[in-house]
Design a protein. Structure first.
Length: 271
């Protein structure tokens, strides 16, 4: 019996898609642009728990769609999550995982672990190959202590003492890298989170408005919204009201519009 000849698959990079995209572009079909989102979300581990922070600006391209958007989402009584990316994706993803985690808690009769929420989120996002635009900062306190994770849209995760994500993450990270110390006190950690989010707000056009902060400890959760107002609306210095007749009328024309009046009657149906 003759064996089937199978050609081995060559290794290395394959540039077929690059040639295809170049051919399509020459035909006059522009390539799609990457979706740009704007947010600054941060998290930090301090001595007794976790501090999460986020701005409140939601953008639609270059338009500010919402000035007071809530980006810190509830996952469990001891776990909260900040979301960056598409607002609908972050909202529905956290709602789904929160519901599943509640069923898990009722089934096991135990407090939800942060690592369980992390595993649920990363497996769901990996399943959709990055098409769910949700970059998350997950933080919480369970019987094993405080835990902080960053979760990327493709499903990769990191466990770190401080995390920043979103378009303002570089400015926020500069604050953390210059001032972070292990075993910080609560007030110092909250102040640093506030300054990190403010750095993202003032150095990134996609971030703005207020600063929300959530402090998670073993005993309670303090959800402070808003914690601070970074961009305060200014007061107009001059009066922009003008008297009638200030602007000259060069010409005036009144056009008569003829309307056709019709009458309509409605008869009741026989029952």
């Amino acid at each position: 019996m003759a064996a089937l000849a199978v050609e081995p698959t060559p290794g290395g990079f394959v540039f077929d898609n690059c040639r295809r995209n170049g051919f399509v572009e020459k035909k006059g079909h522009p390539l799609p642009n990457a979706r740009k989102t704007g947010t600054t979300i941060v998290g930090i581990v301090f001595k007794d728990g976790i501090v999460l922070g986020a701005d409140t600006r939601a953008t639609e391209d270059t338009i500010v769609a919402d000035k007071n958007c809530s980006k810190i989402h509830y996952i469990a009584p001891n776990i909260y999550c900040c979301g960056a990316g598409t607002a609908a994706d972050t909202e529905m993803t956290t709602l789904l995982i929160s519901s599943n985690l509640e069923l898990h808690r009722l089934s096991t009769g135990r407090t939800a672990r942060v690592c369980v929420a992390n595993r649920m989120l990363k497996q769901m996002l990996f399943r959709y190959k990055g098409y769910i635009s949700a970059a998350l900062v997950l933080g919480g306190v369970d019987p094993t202590g405080p835990h902080l994770y960053s979760i990327h849209p493709h499903g990769s995760t990191d466990k770190l003492p401080y995390v920043t994500m979103g378009s303002g993450s570089l400015a926020a990270m500069s604050v953390f890298e210059s001032r972070y110390k292990p075993n910080m006190e609560r007030d110092d950690a909250v102040k640093m989170v506030r300054d990190a989010v403010a750095a993202g707000i003032f150095n990134d056009l996609g971030s703005g408005s207020n600063i929300d902060v959530t402090v998670i400890t073993k005993d309670k959760v303090d959800y402070i919204r808003p914690y601070d107002e970074a961009n305060k609306k200014g007061v107009r210095q001059g009066d922009y009201r003008y008297k009638k007749g200030t602007t000259a009328v060069l010409s005036e024309k009144v056009k008569k519009i003829d309307f056709e009046v019709t009458s309509e009657t409605v008869e009741a149906m026989e029952t």
